[in-house]
Design a protein around this ligand. Structure first.
Ligand SMILES: N[C@@H](CCC(=O)N[C@@H](CS)C(=O)NCC(=O)O)C(=O)O
Length: 272
């Protein structure tokens, strides 16, 4: 039995959801973890995922954590259509994209999401409520990042890091797809495209992808092609319906600050 613990609004959980759609796998059991109701802190869930995060995959009792490892595992389990190249060199290059997405891309999206979406909600809480919100977390680094984004907004050093990270990633996407598109690894749509897709979808939902794509025609074409894959709609990647409207409004409220910080970053750190 294949069970996937997920939350629909999670850019990490969307990765295996999109992968299952790519593979046409439907006989899996959805296990919903409502992050806004704190279900990730239930002792039964913590036993599966001590970091209190989604997604988690349980396959015939074996627990697999970390969205990129889950996708890799599922790609081996359901090899058709393959989402990894065949040559070991190409596989290593594909994994480099995923490593960068995991190591810094995710943190960047999480920071910008906190500044744009969760900041106002947390600032509206009493100090006691805010402390209770952070009390259950088990990863101090994440709590500190969230607190910085809530209290400092776009002036948080994490927001600047997020901007720098995504400038670097979009520049790499532009270069790779200009050299040999339409996908990051050339002709084959791979785990690299899929695992970046759900992160870019959040940026796009916040209206913050456009400034990064404006002068990058190949990256823009790549992003358009990703959104047109049936798996993108089937897995409901990115915000949809009312959520999409709300996110667009929240993003629009920080877009000027984002542009100001981005210009500051480009002038101070990325000149030349
Ligand atoms: N590196 C982990 C990160 C997982 C993660 O942080 N998931 C977020 C949602 S995207 C989460 O569960 N957050 C818990 C919370 O908000 O309390 C992965 O890729 O699976």
């Amino acid at each position: 039995m294949l069970e996937l613990y997920y939350f629909e609004n999670s850019i990490c959980a969307e990765r295996p959801l999109m992968l299952l759609a790519e593979k046409g796998v439907t006989d899996w059991v959805p296990r919903h973890v409502h992050l806004f109701r704190g279900e990730q802190f239930d002792p039964a869930y913590l036993a599966l995922n001590p970091k209190a995060q989604v997604p988690t995959l349980v396959h015939d009792g074996a627990v697999i954590r970390e969205s990129s490892l889950i996708c890799d595992y599922l790609d081996d389990l359901y090899p058709d259509p393959p989402l990894k190249p065949t040559s070991p060199v190409e596989i290593a290059h594909m994994r480099e994209w995923i490593k960068e997405a995991d190591e810094s891309g995710f943190e960047g999206i999480a920071s910008l999401s906190f500044v744009a979406i969760f900041r106002a909600k947390l600032l509206a809480m009493s100090e006691e409520e805010r402390n209770a919100y952070w009390a259950g977390q088990t990863v101090l680094e994440r709590t500190q990042r969230q607190q910085s984004c809530v209290f400092e907004g776009m002036d948080s050093p994490y927001a600047l890091r997020a901007i720098a990270t995504w400038e670097r990633i979009f520049a790499k996407i532009e270069k790779a797809t200009a050299r040999r598109g339409p996908w990051l690894m050339g002709q084959q749509f791979t785990l690299a495209d899929l695992e970046l897709a759900t992160f870019v979808a959040r940026l796009d939902g916040l209206t913050l992808a456009e400034p990064c794509l404006a002068e990058r025609p190949n990256a823009r074409a790549w992003w358009q092609a990703v959104k047109e894959r049936p798996s993108y709609a089937e897995a409901r990647v990115g915000p949809s319906g009312e959520e999409s409207e709300a996110m667009g409004v929240e993003g629009a409220m920080v877009v000027d600050d984002f542009m100001r910080k981005r210009a500051e970053y480009l002038a101070r750190y990325a000149a030349g």
